[in-house]
Write a protein that binds this ligand. Structure first.
Ligand SMILES: Nc1ncnc2c1ncn2[C@@H]1O[C@H](COP(=O)(O)OP(=O)(O)O)[C@@H](O)[C@H]1O
Ligand SMILES: [Mg+2]
Length: 322
């Protein structure tokens, strides 16, 4: 759709340019015609860049968890910054719509957020804000209770709105709400990868299992990446992964992959207090280094080859890239 429009406007502009050019020659209007032709060339260059952006697949990763407070927002932000540090163009959508917190975590004060897109007053591109490290953020609406329970159509509206973005982008990270809320499930379904953040507490593990089960049975998602957070060491993280794997292997037909363990880190807490990301403020801290290792792993994940046939983020770019 998007591509067809571009092709059409490209052609018609080209036609216009030719006819205008010949007209200016005939009537001796070269002087006044020049800036016009220059603008067109500029426009054509922009379109070519947009076309290139549109044909570059975007890796879309949902960061989810069974229960709140396990570190999803910190994981989203620090993975984003670590990926950006490897040269990727990264954007985060704050989809914890009931309780926005990426802007709080990073000390940003956005004037606009996703609710302004839903109301139809702004385009998605107008609400994007710049965060440190070159990461772009789409802020969630804070304190608007309606946002906590979006209708299916509103969810689909947000997912489709990404199709209009002309930005150069390699990775989109969705910081979802905790649990199995309708909007969480639909954002996970519309992503290509789902990271489940867990920490070593019985409720975190059982809730993570419940989330995986719902996403698998109801949405057909069968691959999950497990990230153990607040682990004391790598072994504890691996053991935690082992515990989840044991139950999923027994009851579900899913493939689970261990993305890594982020240690419990006092520097992360210090960074949160300063309203900064630990990867930015304390890049040599244990957690920042673990985020960086996880980002390197993510860079090695295979890119999706084709559209899944359901509602997906950036489905146009996936189709155009083939
Ligand atoms: N690796 C970690 N080490 C120490 N504290 C952490 C770590 N990850 C998260 N936290 C703490 O947990 C709190 C909740 O994290 P947050 O990312 O907001 O969770 P969620 O988005 O899942 O609700 C943070 O304010 C931070 O203090
Ligand atoms: Mg959060």
């Amino acid at each position: 759709m998007q591509r067809a429009n571009h092709a059409m406007s490209y052609d018609s502009l080209f036609q216009d340019s030719l006819s205008h050019d010949s007209l200016s020659h005939r009537k001796g209007f070269q002087e006044t015609a020049r800036p016009f032709i220059y603008d067109q060339a500029e426009g054509l260059r922009r379109m070519t860049q947009n076309d290139l952006n549109q044909s570059r697949p975007v890796r879309v990763i949902a960061v989810s968890s069974g229960k709140g407070g396990v570190g999803k927002t910190n994981v989203s932000v620090n993975l984003a910054m670590s990926l950006a540090a490897t040269g990727q163009k990264v954007m985060i959508m704050d989809a914890d719509l009931g309780l926005a917190n990426i802007d709080v975590l990073l000390g940003l004060h956005p004037k606009l957020n996703i609710s302004h897109v839903l109301s139809g007053d702004y385009d998605l591109s107008e609400v994007i804000v710049d965060a440190p490290g070159g990461v772009k953020i789409i802020p969630a609406a804070s304190g608007v209770s309606r946002m906590a329970s979006l209708s299916a159509a509103e969810n689909a509206g947000i997912i489709n709105a990404f199709g209009e973005l002309q930005n150069e982008l390699d990775v989109l990270i969705i910081d979802t709400a905790a649990g199995i809320d309708k909007s969480v499930v639909s954002f996970c379904r519309a992503s290509q990868e789902v990271i489940v953040v867990v920490c070593d507490e019985p409720s975190s593990i059982t809730d993570a299992y419940a989330l995986i089960k719902v996403l698998n049975k109801e949405q057909g998602i069968n691959r999950f990446r497990i990230l153990a957070n607040m682990a004391h060491d790598m072994k504890e993280g691996r053991d935690l992964f082992g515990k989840i794997l044991k139950v999923t292997d027994r009851f579900l037909d899913v493939s689970l992959d261990f993305l890594g363990a982020i240690p419990f880190d006092i520097y992360l807490r210090k960074a949160v207090k300063k309203q900064t990301a630990v990867s930015q403020t304390y890049p040599r801290s244990p957690s920042a280094q673990a985020f960086s290792m996880a980002a390197q792993k993510i860079n090695k994940w295979p890119m999706p080859k084709r559209a899944g046939g359901h509602l997906e983020f950036f489905v146009e770019r996936l189709i155009n890239s083939n």
